[in-house]
Ligand binder design. Structure first.
Ligand code: KIV
Length: 323
């Protein structure tokens, strides 16, 4: 059991300042004002809530969850229904950030109508505020925008193309390839995309594209000159079980923290050190005295009923009382 409600009327506050809701047009305004856009992935309620409360502007329910949450080898296996499930959980944890859902492999690779219908599900059934699609899909972007669905594009190293690329390889490594990428980014912007993720490309290419592009670029493995940056949450906190890629900076070590907590718990259980008496619920004094000895005693039964009906949430842990 755990309390999951937002405290009533909690402000969207960070560092004492109240922050306005992030929308797709607001990202464009941030670019115009030269304000860097912070973005992170999240896949569940708890992490989404932490990410949002830390003031991150954009939360992507990335199909990277196929790998970091579901343990698949690449992102291709995750389904629309699985993505919807995680997007709903994230939605429930976010008040301020823009929630973007990744369209999984296969959900927009058929007809334009199928792509739009799948995208509609993310807004209608899961509360996403935009969808992200990989690659140069100009016609689809136009159709999505016409259907009132904000779109984030994704160019460069597009993980759903892993088999075509022959692995996760840095893209746009020649002038010609960088110019082609720039043309693709412009085409997506002209079709109505609100922002574009640039992944796994040289810093110089990302910087030049960003400078010329009318919509924000959000980089991952694309150097510091993009309008914003995104990382996979599990990379940020070391929960991936693989060596970090060059572009990842680990800002924390959740693996070490979790391992130590789990091992400590196991040891305590094995040594009867958890739970303590203070972490146990108790019968009232009178019932404790009488119930074991005389279960028919009327006052003991009344007290016991009171205990059975009492809401366990009302009794706080010692730690919560101190907080
Ligand atoms: O799925 C994902 O997490 C992504 C980011 C890496 C941009 O697409």
């Amino acid at each position: 059991m755990s309390l999951t409600e937002f405290s009533a009327g909690a402000p969207l506050a960070q560092g004492g300042h109240s922050l306005p809701k992030v929308t797709m047009p607001a990202l464009g305004e941030m670019k115009r004002q030269g304000k860097p856009i912070s973005a992170l992935t999240a896949y569940d309620y708890a992490t989404a809530r932490l990410v949002d409360e830390a003031g991150i502007d954009l939360i992507l329910v990335g199909d990277s969850l196929a790998m970091v949450v579901l343990g698949h080898e690449n992102t291709l296996a995750v389904t629309v229904d699985e993505m919807l499930h995680h997007t709903r959980a994230v939605r429930r944890g976010v008040r301020r950030a823009l929630v973007v859902a990744d369209m999984p492999f296969g959900s927009y690779h058929g007809t334009i109508g199928e792509g739009v219908a799948n995208a509609v599900r993310f807004l209608k059934e899961a509360g996403a505020e935009a969808v992200k699609i990989e690659g140069l899909r100009v016609e689809l972007v136009r159709a999505l925008v016409e259907a009132e669905i904000p779109v984030v594009g994704h160019l460069g190293l597009t993980p759903q193309s892993v088999h075509r690329m022959g692995g996760y390889r840095v893209q746009a490594r020649s002038i010609d390839a960088a110019l082609q990428l720039q043309a693709d980014a412009f085409a997506l912007a002209a079709a109505g995309a609100g922002a574009i993720v640039l992944e796994g490309i040289p810093r110089e290419a990302a910087g030049a594209i960003t400078a010329a592009l009318p919509i924000p670029s959000i980089g991952i493995g694309a150097g510091p000159d993009c309008d914003g940056q995104i990382l996979v949450f599990h990379d940020l906190v070391n929960l991936t079980f693989v060596p970090a890629a060059k572009f990842v900076r680990r800002y924390g070590d959740a693996s070490a923290l979790f391992r130590s907590a789990i091992e400590h718990y196991r040891e305590d259980v094995e040594h009867h050190a958890f739970p303590s008496d203070a972490e146990s619920y108790h019968l009232p004094e009178s019932a404790r005295r009488l119930s074991a000895i005389d279960p028919d005693a009327a006052d003991a039964r009344e007290d016991t009923d009171a205990v059975v009906n009492w809401d366990a949430r009302e009794e706080m842990s010692e730690e919560a009382k101190r907080a």
